[in-house]
Design a protein around this ligand. Structure first.
Ligand code: SIN
Length: 280
């Protein structure tokens, strides 16, 4: 297996490996998992694997989850179809970590490209451990112990007709997570707010709010500042897809953004998402 680091901060391309083989070989899988914890997102080209192999490889990390909005392959539960055709849909071009709106958000994903535009449709990943590490000390103090609410209704629901949006919210009630989470395997701290985050749950204290007027700008300015960290290029890697390219990412320490510049060309991706732990 060859490993080429792609930026100073995040991402490596690995070659000389087939994920179908890794699904059947515990040692090979362990090597890939160690690389994932180190580089946070791994890229592989020419993975002409079956859907069953795709699912089997992802299952080595843990159980898979389906998605309440994007459908799954009927013959391969857990293999979510992210198919964009000639309709203009815009709920992906946001920095996000998958499933933050769940009580136990996604641990990681294995995403394979089935069809992509000749140019465009890249995906960007961001190292949120680095984003946390580089925050000014006074900001780190302000967000220590802070918690935030996340909602799928706020993200995917926004483009739905009202009834459908409200039903999505009822079926997936808002959840609360720490603003700084600890990676359960490496112990690293990562900044943990994204486009699913609606507001802080415990900002309104006498230290932060002298009068009611302090609350709204204070909380939203801080949240916007934290959200903006994901767009800093020094924390990012950008990947250009080809059919049979695969990205494997650790969703606990990264965010990603699917660039939506290719319309009306179609783009078809299949994603196996692994169930994660409750953030702490
Ligand atoms: C995702 O947001 O999980 C999919 C990213 C992509 O389609 O590039």
């Amino acid at each position: 297996m060859r490993v080429e680091q792609l930026t100073c901060c995040i991402g490596a391309e690995i070659s000389g490996v087939n994920l179908g083989d890794a699904a059947r070989d515990a040692d090979l899988f362990a090597e890939i998992k160690a690389l994932l914890l180190k580089h946070r997102v791994l890229f592989l080209r020419d993975q002409d694997i079956t859907r069953a192999e795709h699912v089997a490889f992802a299952r080595r990390f843990g159980e898979l989850e389906d998605h309440p909005v994007a459908g799954s392959d009927p013959d391969h539960p857990g293999l979510v179809q992210i198919y964009r055709n000639d309709k203009r849909e815009n709920y992906e071009n946001n920095y996000h970590t998958d499933g933050m709106w769940r009580l136990t958000p996604t641990m990681g994903c294995v995403l394979r490209c089935i069809e992509c535009p000749p140019v465009g449709g890249d995906t960007i990943w961001v190292n949120m451990v680095e984003a946390y590490k580089n925050l000014p000390e006074d900001v780190k103090k302000r967000i220590d112990g802070l918690r935030a609410k996340s909602s799928i209704e706020h993200g995917f629901g926004a483009v739905m007709p009202e009834e459908k949006r409200l039903a999505l919210g009822r079926e997936n009630p808002m959840v609360e997570h720490p603003v700084v989470r600890t990676h359960p395997e490496t112990g690293e701290k990562a900044l943990y707010v994204c486009s699913f985050t609606t507001h802080f749950a415990n900002y309104h204290t006498p230290e932060n709010v002298r009068f009611g007027l302090d609350k709204t700008p204070g909380a939203s300015q801080l949240l916007n500042y934290l959200l903006s960290q994901a767009s800093i290029p020094e924390y990012q890697v950008r990947f250009r897809w080809k059919p049979n390219s695969v990205a494997i990412w650790d969703n606990r320490s990264t965010q990603h953004y699917a660039v939506m510049d290719y319309w009306p060309a179609p783009r078809k991706m299949e994603r196996a998402a692994i169930i994660g732990d409750k953030p702490y």
